[in-house]
Design a protein around this ligand. Structure first.
Ligand code: SF4
Length: 256
């Protein structure tokens, strides 16, 4: 701790529901949010007694309600930055749902300063998912946002395949733009116009929209290709567009 203090290296006190101290498990009759909070605060006191305050706290569990309860409790009791995460959240689809739910609830309440999405998957997906969560809460925008409709009887193109192809190609592009892939010319143009670039499918063709206006009518088999060409033409922007409003800024002082 002395070395950390000398070099101003912060330390994270990371409580994991699965490895709580036996004494606490006995005291609380098993794993629960107050036991996790007590474990973290015991360690906080230990470091504070050594005059060390460069602390961050995490209280992770694989259960969303338990994690949320633990963070809500500690947010009322400690004034240190909180690192959020649902641990052992699972394989990609399940893990994304748990992480988005848990972190979404907490971040929207102003709790949390840094986040980690834990997936049984390539870590690149974890970073992508974390930025998606932040964007969907209007906290930070990085990468392409994809809007696509759920399809219905009006859809006359293979929208699921089209949207998946587009998603695969734009997923890791570093451009803070909005792309819409819509299935029909009845409800599609509205969203497609609102996006930076979009398509609305017709019978065997699609209307291509850019910056709110129709750019052309493209045969279905060239839709993805033409859409990607247009996206490529939009200048790359390495600078993250940070949407940090007063109510959404990830700032400890303002949010606890
Ligand atoms: S945009 Fe058109 S195809 Fe897609 S769900 Fe709406 S009405 Fe159906």
């Amino acid at each position: 701790m002395k070395a950390c203090r000398d070099y101003r290296i912060p330390v994270r006190i990371g409580v994991n529901a699965g490895s709580l101290d036996k004494k606490l498990l006995n005291k609380y009759n098993g794993i629960c949010a107050p036991a996790m909070v007590e474990s973290a605060l015991d360690n906080v006191r230990l470091l504070e007694d050594m005059d060390f305050r460069e602390i961050k706290i995490s209280l992770k569990a694989s259960s969303v309600p338990l994690t949320v309860e633990a963070y809500r409790l500690i947010a009322r009791q400690a004034d240190y930055p909180l690192h959020l995460g649902i641990t052992e959240a699972g394989t990609i689809n399940r893990g994304l749902i748990k992480s988005a739910l848990g972190m979404g609830i907490l971040l929207s309440e102003g709790i949390g300063d840094t986040i980690r999405v834990s997936l049984t998957a390539d870590p690149v997906e974890e970073v992508w998912a974390a930025y998606e969560i932040l964007r969907d809460l209007d906290m930070r925008q990085r990468g392409v946002e994809l809007i696509s409709c759920p399809t219905c009887g009006r859809c006359e193109i293979d929208l699921i395949r089209t949207a998946e192809e587009v998603d695969k190609c734009i997923r890791h592009l570093d451009k803070p733009i909005k792309v819409a892939v819509m299935g029909c010319v009845v409800n599609g143009p509205g969203e497609a116009r609102e996006a930076d670039i979009g398509i609305a499918g017709g019978r065997g063709f699609g209307l291509l929209f850019k910056d709110g206006s129709i750019k052309g009518k493209v045969p279905e088999d060239r839709l993805v290709e033409e859409l990607l060409k247009e996206i490529e033409e939009i200048g790359s922007d390495d600078t993250e567009k940070t949407i940090a409003t007063d109510s959404h800024r990830l700032n400890t002082d303002e949010h606890r």
